[in-house]
Design a protein around this ligand. Structure first.
Ligand SMILES: Nc1ncnc2c1ncn2[C@@H]1O[C@H](COP(=O)(O)OP(=O)(O)O)[C@@H](O)[C@H]1O
Ligand SMILES: [Mg+2]
Length: 246
């Protein structure tokens, strides 16, 4: 099993602005993700989930321990790892098609797979619209398409559907699953929804309250597309762990 992402003994502390106090976010976190795996990370708010993604993205450096991607140490951001934010963080001055083709154009590859991705994500009718003209669900589709257009080895998703209503959220989960089934990219999905985690992930990593450590690593062995109502027991077990500190 090749390791697409590996964190070993990773520690990270922030210095709180104002007080100068050290806030330990991760205190020796170990996590391995195989190539092509879709792994969800769940845990209480403030436990360190975003920090994990930012370390893998290369936006933060660990104080101790190692973070590797495809066996190579992570050293700054790179096109092999792309992060999708909760609010999409689209370029407001660019159209949908221009947002999606941003990565390939920056690399001198023309528009790359933009047309194909717009069609696959149900965006072809919106190609010439601007982000402000779109619903939240459409904006997140664009954010996903823009990330996939870069063709990264690893896709990092930080509560990508957290701000959406239930129906848009379910539609986007289907879109994400279809993209994963098609490309089999390694995906790390941070979510506060246990239901979303068991619906989409091969494995659900339950992280303890800050400082984050892996509390449980739960394999979800159910055929796709999944019926979450049939996964009630595993959902309850995970939700219980997220709610209770130990
Ligand atoms: N820039 C920062 N300065 C100080 N503390 C921070 C900073 N960013 C995050 N933290 C703290 O680190 C902890 C982990 O944050 P984060 O990774 O964003 O958690 P999560 O994504 O699980 O909600 C939180 O308790 C948060 O308050
Ligand atoms: Mg977060």
């Amino acid at each position: 099993m090749s390791k697409a992402v590996a964190l070993a003994g990773v520690r990270h502390a922030y210095t709180e602005a104002g007080t100068g106090r050290r806030v330990e976010a991760l205190a020796g976190l170990d996590l391995n993700v195989a190539a092509g795996e879709l792994v969800a990370i769940v845990g209480p708010s403030g436990c360190g989930k975003t920090t994990i993604l930012h370390l893998v993205a290369g936006l933060l450096k660990p104080d101790a321990g190692s973070v590797t991607c495809g066996g190579a140490p992570v050293d700054g951001i790179g096109t092999d790892r792309v992060l999708v934010f909760q609010d999409g963080a689209l370029f407001p001055w660019l159209t949908v098609a221009e947002n999606v083709s941003f990565g390939p154009r920056a690399r001198g590859e023309g528009t790359g797979r933009t047309a194909e991705l717009l069609a696959a994500l149900g965006l072809d009718g919106a190609a010439d619209r601007y982000p402000k003209e779109l619903s939240g669900g459409m904006r997140q589709r664009v954010a996903l398409a823009r990330a996939l257009a870069v063709d990264p080895a690893v896709l990092l998703l930080d509560e990508p559907f957290g701000a959406l209503d239930a129906l848009s959220r379910e539609r986007l989960q289907d879109v994400l699953e279809a993209a994963w089934l098609r490309d089999r990219k390694t995906m790390l999905l941070v979510t506060h929804s246990v239901e979303e985690a068991v619906r989409l992930a091969d494995r659900v990593i339950v992280v303890s309250p800050r400082p984050a450590a892996v509390r449980a690593d739960v394999r979800v062995d159910a055929p796709r597309p999944r019926d979450v109502t049939a996964l009630g027991e595993i959902r309850r077990t995970i939700a219980q762990m997220v709610r209770t500190p130990e």
